[in-house]
Design a binder for this molecule. Structure first.
Ligand code: C2O
Ligand code: CU
Length: 469
């Protein structure tokens, strides 16, 4: 039975190809998916939780039988979970023991520009520190943190500089959703390994990154009880989008996305996440007998010739029955009303796809320049942004710092149901697609970024700045 047996000995055959370890030779479902460690504050005051974190390298078993050098926050790959409460401040002192500069951005958070982790606001390598203050003056949300140092974040993130930050509030806590050890964040990404089991990084190397990692392990398994679980799935990949589905095609319940809960639960058989996006789902395993093995799969349409491995993510094993008092209420929250918009703008995303290694990536015809303000916004304004992916093949997405937005339309069609009805900070754009977004620019004044969240594209220049004045 899968319940009692310890994981079999690592069996990666080590078969290699010109691009490193053959993903097909890596034994699947032998490593256990870890529950990410929850970081404890080092000090707690009446208003504030104080944390200390160190970015440093470490060796981890990411694929069976190898020790892989990775980047960590506090020794964890991916980084630990910060549990924050709306209305309570979090202060994190970050120390950079890597040999490259870093900048820690809290993705989806409304924070003063001085704590936003901008691309030029760097922490020196070899022991530099910076203290970030997060006011948490926003409602519950599935946030995360990652490096944003200009031009190099694609590699530092790829090597592991990401972490989870769950912001809770009373509205959410009252609902009775699965909680505690039944509320599991899962960070999913892809990677490529050299023959010696080390992470291989090349810019825009999408097709060769065919090993899928969940919470830092290649194709792990995860033991569950036959009851409801809440999984907060984060796509932390540099370039790959995943469309998550259960192996038997059965439905699950999408309860939230980037900016927290949807207004109502949405029953679906799959959810699509481009890099940076989050899905908060409830899976009810009570319909499965103990002993069931069930995959979490990636059902996105792959380019012809892509090996099947990227369609597998992890395996759930139902190992026991357990009582379940959790519920998914029919009404989850009231989303803020849309204010009338007074400003409209358009943004075009385009990168060179003529060569194998794109040389440039633009927003509105320009590469990111830290000395240029691309968009000036009056504080408090509600704006509609029309964003178009002008590429013929390449997908992009669009992330705005400082605010949560609403997706009004996709391809000219109003968004009325599903994952894009909630509060979002990142939105997917297939080649040729257009979305219409609405946001109200409040919270803080200052300079903030908007960019494609395919990290390699952002590193190549698909990034711009707005100043809220
Ligand atoms: Cu998660 Cu500017 O990004
Ligand atoms: Cu892009």
């Amino acid at each position: 039975s899968p319940s009692s047996a310890a994981a079999p000995a690592p069996t990666t055959s080590g078969a290699t190809t010109a691009t490193g370890i053959d993903p097909g030779s890596i034994a699947k479902y032998v490593l256990k998916m870890p529950v990410l460690p929850h970081q404890r504050p080092r000090r707690v005051s009446f208003t504030t939780d104080y944390y200390r974190m160190t970015m440093a390298e470490a060796y981890k078993e990411v694929i069976p039988g190898f020790q892989t050098k990775v980047n960590t926050f506090n020794g964890s790959f991916p980084g630990p979970v910060i549990d924050a409460w709306s209305g309570r401040r979090v202060v994190i002192e970050q120390t950079n023991k890597l040999d490259v500069p870093t900048s820690v951005h809290l993705h989806g958070a409304h924070v003063p520009s001085s704590s936003d982790g901008g691309p030029m606001d760097l922490i020196a390598p070899g022991g530099g520190t910076k203290t970030y203050t997060y006011p948490n003056e926003q409602t519950h949300a599935n946030l995360w943190f990652h490096d944003h140092a200009h031009h190099i974040e694609s590699e530092t993130v790829y090597r592991g500089l990401t972490g989870t930050y769950i912001l809770r509030d009373q509205v959410e806590a009252r609902l009775g959703l699965p909680s505690g050890k039944y509320d599991i964040p899962i960070s999913v990404r892809d990677a490529r390994f050299d023959a010696d089991g080390q992470l291989h990084f090349e810019m825009d190397d999408f097709f060769n990154r065919q090993v899928v990692l969940a919470n830092g392990k290649a194709w792990p398994y995860f033991e569950v009880a036959a009851r409801k679980y809440r999984f907060r799935i984060y796509n932390t990949a540099n370039l790959r989008s995943f469309q998550f589905a259960l192996g038997d095609g059965s439905p699950f319940t999408l309860i939230g996305t980037d900016g927290g809960l949807l207004a109502e639960p949405y029953v679906t058989t799959s959810v699509l996440l481009s890099p940076g996006e989050r899905a908060d789902i409830v899976v009810d395993f009570s319909r499965y007998p103990v002993g069931t093995e069930l995959e979490l799969r990636n059902v996105i349409t792959q380019a012809p010739g892509t090996p099947p491995d990227v369609n597998q993510v992890l395996q759930f094993r139902v190992t026991r029955t357990e009582r379940d008092h959790s519920v998914v209420p029919a009404k989850l929250r009231t989303l803020p009303a849309l204010r009338p918009a007074t400003v409209e703008r358009s943004f075009s995303l385009l990168m060179d796809e003529s060569s194998q290694e794109p040389a440039w990536a633009y927003i509105n015809g320009k590469e990111y320049d830290p000395d240029r303000i691309d968009t000036t916004i009056d504080y408090g304004t509600t704006e509609i942004w029309t964003v178009t992916n002008d590429n013929k093949i390449a997908p992009h997405n669009f992330h705005i710092h400082l605010v949560m937005f609403r997706v009004l339309e996709r391809g000219g069609v109003p968004v009325t149901e599903g994952a894009e009805t909630g509060l979002k900070d990142t939105v997917f754009l297939r080649a040729g697609e257009t979305v219409k977004l609405q946001a109200t620019f409040t919270g803080y004044r200052g300079v903030y970024l908007y960019h494609c969240h395919l990290f390699d594209h952002a590193s190549m220049g698909m990034m711009a700045q707005m100043q809220v004045v």
